[in-house]
Design a protein around this ligand. Structure first.
Ligand code: PMP
Ligand code: GLN
Length: 385
């Protein structure tokens, strides 16, 4: 029988979460909080349901929610998006990303992605009939122990067929963030080109050590050719609610909505009303960087008492750790062993790699969107390694 994705299996997140359940392991793998969203948010969703918001939402999204998102971009990034012409509510960032790829590519076009690459990008590109061109990020060195985008390598990968560059900062899984010089480089890369930017900013409120999140929305020359995509899953500690959005100029939004309206038509109405009421004040996001920085620091301190070596984490709710002092197993075998024998589940970074030769030998990803007690329990187990 035929298949659009012949070599795609079950996602690593599903596999590892299932294995964690089977073995009663502490799940620091798949990225989701193990604590409840704000009680005020839950009240507002409940109120929306009791108010009878039960039927189809408008195709582009509930107006109040699009207005709240517009207010947030104005307050945080100084950019005014028009809720009607520029903002579309989607079923999480995943659906926005898929729609954006379809909206700006034709079969045979090339889409540059940065490797390590989030798992949904390649299948989305493939389903659209386009071709993914993976460009490696710069790995940590002694002089600069951070993962960094390599814009020279991106420039070298651009061809007349390049329709889009798809980026994700703060970056899952490396935690890399954008600096001003990155926005400068990106501006000069796409100037005078037909390249569309797809910017996955789902970790926009998880940037640490006093750095701002540098959204593509902060730069007119980037925003005018960008799909800027994010999700309430991370910001509201509710990954299962699956409400995301896409901000883009009118011509890109028009194309995106043609696809969105036949992929899902519209997304959950009561959720949109409830979230709109909660996020109407853009300041609701202000405590997130501190909230997650404290968890990041707790994880780093806990790992310091183990033989796992934490890598720097400027953003996201993921931390990478080097396990070469513990084991020489390849990543996929190590994460199974750690789950089954020691009861802690992590994610192999190799799952984000396209080019096998580029896989770093002994690195795994840990999620710190967890209660202190959960992390402490994991430290107890990891100290035994
Ligand atoms: N992009 C990245 C980089 C992610 O890590 C995730 C998942 N958490 C998503 C997109 C998907 O977001 P959503 O759950 O809103 O679909
Ligand atoms: N984005 C989450 C992660 O990286 C997983 C989401 C999913 O399971 N699809 O862990």
């Amino acid at each position: 029988s035929s298949s659009r994705l012949p070599d795609v299996g079950t996602t690593i997140f599903t596999i590892m979460s299932q294995l964690a359940i089977e073995h009663g392991a502490i799940n620091l793998g798949q990225g989701f909080p193990d604590f409840l969203p704000d009680a005020g948010l839950i009240d507002r969703v409940e109120a929306a349901m009791r108010a009878g918001h039960d039927q189809y939402a408008p195709m582009p999204g509930v107006p109040a929610l699009r207005q709240a998102i517009a207010a947030k971009y104005q307050a945080h990034y100084g950019r005014s998006y028009d809720p009607d012409a520029h903002i579309t509510i989607t079923s999480g960032a995943t659906q926005a990303l898929m729609c954006a790829v379809f909206a700006c590519t034709a079969p045979g076009d090339e889409v540059i992605v940065l490797e390590p690459v989030y798992d949904s990008y390649l299948p989305s590109i493939r389903l659209a009939g386009a071709v993914a061109v993976p460009v490696a990020m710069r790995k940590p060195t002694l002089e600069d122990p951070r993962y960094r985008p390599d814009w020279d390598a991106v420039r070298a990968a651009i061809t007349p067929r390049t329709a889009a560059i798809m980026i994700n900062f703060p970056h899952n899984p490396t935690g890399a963030i954008l600096l001003e010089e990155d926005l400068d480089a990106l501006e000069s890369l796409v100037a005078d080109s037909r390249i569309t930017l797809i910017s996955d900013e789902v970790y926009e409120h998880m940037v640490f050590d006093g750095e701002p999140h540098r959204s593509l929305a902060t730069r007119p020359a980037l925003a005018e050719r960008a799909f800027v995509i994010s999700s309430f899953g991370k910001a509201l500690h509710a990954t299962g609610w699956k409400i995301g959005w896409c901000c883009a100029p009118a011509r890109l939004t028009a194309e995106l909505r043609k696809i969105h309206q036949f992929m899902v038509f519209s997304v959950s109405t009561p959720m949109q009303h409830g979230i709109a009421a909660f996020v109407a004040d853009p300041a609701v996001h202000d405590e997130l960087p501190g909230f997650y920085q404290a968890r990041r620091d707790h994880l780093a301190q806990g790992l310091a008492a183990t033989r796992l070596r934490a890598l720097p984490c400027p953003g996201t709710f993921f931390m990478l750790a080097d396990y070469s002092d513990v084991s020489q197993l390849p990543q996929q075998e190590f994460v199974r062993w750690l789950t089954t024998e020691h009861g802690v589940t992590t994610i192999p970074v190799s799952a984000f790699m396209v080019v096998p030769e580029r896989v770093e030998p002994r690195i795994v990803r840990l999620c710190f969107a967890k209660q202190t007690q959960t992390l402490d329990d994991a430290f107890g187990r990891l100290r035994a390694l």
